[in-house]
Ligand binder design. Sequence first.
Ligand code: LMR
Length: 394
Amino acid sequence: MFELLQEQPKDKILALMQMYRADTRTEKIDLGVGVYKNADGHTPIMRAVKKAEQSWWGQEDTKAYVGLAGDPAFSDVMIDLVLGDAVSRDKVAAVATPGGTGAVRQAFELIQMANPKARVFVSDPTWPNHLSILKHLGIETMRYRYFDSESGGVNFDGMLEDLNEVRAGDVVLLHGCCHNPTGANLTLPEWDAVIALLNDKGVTPMIDIAYQGFGEGLEADAAGTRAVVAGCPEVLIAASCSKNFGIYRERTGLLMGVYHDASRTSLIQANLAHLNRQNYSFPPDHGARLVTLVLQDPDLRADWESELEEVRKGMLDLRALLSNELQGLSGSDRFGFVAQHRGMFSRLGLTPEKVEELRERHAIYMIGDSRINIAGLNAQTVPILAKAIIEVGA
Ligand code: LMR
């Protein structure tokens, strides 16, 4: 049987991660995978998370299974964090998943179970793993224009024009905030226009929200998702705790299914739990437990929020620094969008050849589409990156 297996396409992000690790140059700069790093290049455990972990170590007295949907308290705190009061709790079905990717995967499978003919519309570009999972599941995928590489902003007219092609029963995948890979995001009036179009066409929105708190702040970053939930009859939301709680390897996420008629919530809940059972049975608990402890304890929560703000503001400072540096060296505002973008990423608009040259000549690693992880920089490396970008003639 194994001789029948074929090579699988390489994941661009993970392949770059390996190349970076294998590079022996000491001056190398990693702007690849979306993992937060402080100025020393370290991904710290957040203070509140560490305290919650210490306290849980003392309290935990069993490793028995929790439940197919995970701990309901985790669902409650996360629904509150992501959806606020946009919808009443009885209209939300939710299951814990292994990371945000687990939630995305389960959402796609639910779509396929509910309507095998549904097509999923994704932004062009989107996180490569969206495309890869959709392909793996054999779900027909359509792209809608999203990024204007000239301005570095959203091509909103193009987006609406392409979304006009949706049919009733299709699904439109939207990034809740901090668009990955571009860093360009919808304004609230644009969210409203998208909601009106989706309702008009009878399609289901699905939201991937993996960077809440990294853009404009915890509340502002959830505003688009909340508007969709308040304005559309049904919504799927995949939320990740990897980045905003810094618990990447704990694999902690939540899939939510919101439906306007609360009498169907238990059916949706049962389907989500069934999917968990088929795929991995019980979701991991440790990360979910830490998130619950942090969000339920006022002191831990306040400390987490303040550390998250430090992280967010640090990335904004780096954006301003890089944009200024590039302006000074290029004598133009060409890269002004870097300061406007929000979240962990910006797409610089460099050709794959320039990206390769930056890697080979300058040991600067970014994804081939010129996505950079802003948090991979610090005050010392910003000028190095800016100089290298200008040197390769980008
Ligand atoms: C990224 O986009 O770099 C992150 O979401 C990490 C990943 O799994 O790809």
